[in-house]
Design a protein around this ligand. Structure first.
Ligand SMILES: *Cc1c(COP(=O)(O)O)cnc(C)c1O
Length: 374
């Protein structure tokens, strides 16, 4: 089957075509078992093998050190906004937060139900050398000494999916004077897009539906000593300790999502792993940002050093052309380019599974559209 559409959805998002083809071929009969993976007991030997390989491959791809455990859970990243405080707040009244966009703001709001949220950096509107920089268009700096010593953790969102703002580096806790405060990242939309210093984090979590697999699966990478900081009212199914002790099967896991994620991990390994993906991702994003910056019609207002390599929001200077842009793009098979309602304009999400050819097709369309309409 030839490629007929390019899917730029922010999530659930495009999956590697060879993965979908393999899943289709194995749909009715997984490896001679006579069953679909969906029909298997999660405690049977076949699914146990699928789960173990997925955990092992994820660990290998992310170079997760043995100090850290990998959990597969449910409830999404939004669920983790409550699950993280329920698991880490024992003995603490507060946590510290970097507010860099829509998703970190949501995390802070939910946290307020459990403790005092100290916002130690906030990407509000500022004046800088480029003029007026709008809110949520840059990674705000954390002033050394601003993180209260008693904080349960420092939370940041490594890639703001809606605003298109990405941290190139994780906050450096030792240089901020709080090496003992665990660093927590929502990495839903840039996990596996590039190497990440897992050891510098106490906890990394995210939903799978951006850069891993189908919706329904949530990953958690957690340093072992943080398994035992839960508040007594933490639900058992969401207790990191319970989930870990039960091999991510305290309750029935999302088996089919784990199976597809496992196929994606194997596909990633065959591509050369995360370092190889990072190189391709850089080229894809560069091509798109160069096109935007070189045009008189398209605009991206994120500070260039903080632009996301995964989610590229852009506006049309003539907003009246938005609808036409989207409908002509769809005619060319360029789908799901409408921006998030809170930001407007367009957004192209170019996760691992989006090949360079898809970005080239988008850029080609953008140039033609500008020439003909603007
Ligand atoms: C998509 C997304 C979420 C929400 O994930 P759910 O699985 O819907 O809970 C949270 N944070 C980030 C960074 C996201 O991209």
């Amino acid at each position: 089957m030839s490629q007929t559409v390019w899917n730029f959805s922010a999530g659930p998002a495009v999956l590697p075509r060879p993965v979908l083809e393999q899943a289709a071929a194995e749909m009715l009969d997984w490896h001679g078992s006579g069953m679909s993976v969906m029909e298997m007991s999660h405690r049977g030997p076949q699914f146990m093998q699928i789960l173990q390989e997925a955990l092992d491959d994820f660990r290998e791809l992310m170079a997760v050190p043995l100090t850290h455990k990998i959990l597969f859970m449910q409830g999404g990243a939004i669920g983790q906004n409550a699950i993280v405080p329920l698991n880490l707040l024992q003995g603490h009244e507060s946590a510290a937060f970097v507010k860099s966009g829509s998703w970190s703001s949501k995390t802070i709001k939910e946290f307020a139900r459990y403790g005092r949220a100290d916002v130690v950096a906030d990407a509000r509107e500022i004046k800088d050398s480029s003029g007026l920089r709008p809110a949520n268009t840059y990674v705000p700096a954390i002033a050394p000494g601003s993180i209260p010593a008693g904080s349960a953790y420092l939370h940041y969102c490594s890639n703001e999916t809606i605003d298109g703002v990405e941290f190139r580096q994780a906050p450096d806790m030792p240089s901020l004077g709080c090496a003992s405060v665990p660093l927590v990242a929502d990495a839903s939309s840039n996990i596996l897009s590039r190497p990440m210093d897992v050891a510098a984090h106490g906890l990394i979590y995210g939903g799978a539906q951006k850069n891993i697999g189908p919706a329904g699966l949530t990953f958690v990478i957690i340093r072992e000593d943080l398994l035992d900081r839960a508040r007594p009212d933490c639900p058992s199914a969401f207790s990191y300790r319970q989930v870990y002790d039960n091999h991510s099967m305290y309750n029935t896991p999302p088996t089919y999502s784990i199976y597809i994620a496992g196929l994606v991990f194997k596909w990633l390994k065959a591509q050369g792993g995360v370092a190889a993906m990072a190189e391709i991702n850089r080229r894809k994003a560069q091509l798109l940002y160069d096109t935007i910056d070189g045009s008189g019609l398209y605009i991206n207002r994120v500070r260039p050093s903080d632009r996301s390599l995964m989610n590229v929001p852009f506006m049309l200077r003539e907003e009246a052309l938005n609808t036409e842009f989207l409908s002509l793009a769809a005619e060319r098979g360029l789908l799901q380019l409408k921006g998030h309602k809170s930001v407007g304009g367009m957004r192209a999400s170019i996760y691992n599974a989006m090949p360079l050819a898809g970005v080239e097709a988008l850029v080609d369309f953008m140039l033609t559209f500008e020439k003909e309409r603007a």
